[in-house]
Design a protein around this ligand. Sequence first.
Ligand code: OOG
Ligand code: MG
Length: 254
Amino acid sequence: MLDKNRISEILHNAATEAKAVSQMLDDAGFSVENAYEIQALSIEKRFIAGEKLVGYKLGFTSQAKMIQMGVHDMIWGVLTDRMNIPEGGVMSISNYIHPRVEPEIAIITAKKIDRPLKLAESRDYVKAIAPAMEIIDSRYKNFKFTLADVIADNCSSSGFIVGQWFSENIHINNLGTVLKINGNPVQIGSSNAVLGNPWEALPAISRLTHQYNKEIPEGSVILIGAITPAVALTKGDFVESEFQNLGKISFSVE
Ligand code: OOG
Ligand code: MG
């Protein structure tokens, strides 16, 4: 019988060795709460290996993603420094299992968050906003998982790219967003796909982290969730996301 620590080890090794594993949580009767404990244990292994906390990500904040993955609850995971790919930089596909990319918006928090925030408070807690992309790479075979499985797997998070930071006063509602691969538009969406209003992201993440007794430190990067469905990456791809008002960011796959 697998225990939480063993599952966290299997998922951690799957991520570091870029080898897919079978789903483990549902059949063994692990709950969503157990899944967050397993996530924390696997993140602990990253910290022991020297990775530093950069912030948090939200997942399944858009209909597009919930439909694509067949999962219907919001989730949160952890971002570390090692996951960061510089804007305009290169990701090495051999470090991933079956990576996908999705356009997102990133926020930097202006103050520590230790309680659920209200929508009206959101702007006070934001220091800066940037266009972003997340690279997700489920450690499960065929990118298939249950809610508990994906939470234990740090919500598939494996990379992120952040562009230029703008002040918190920049307009982020209903921004047209285009994801292009090798110059071809492959997804389009609106920033309002995220919770109907991207400013709802801080209330959402603060509620979820509070529920698990976590504080969000000042200066944390928050990825607010994908604006469009994710798209699979292949070697040689040149990936760009263009956001109304926030500009264009890119990276290459080698
Ligand atoms: C889970 C992560 C979802 C998002 O932005 O909705 C996510 C997955 O789709 O594998 O990051
Ligand atoms: Mg995402």
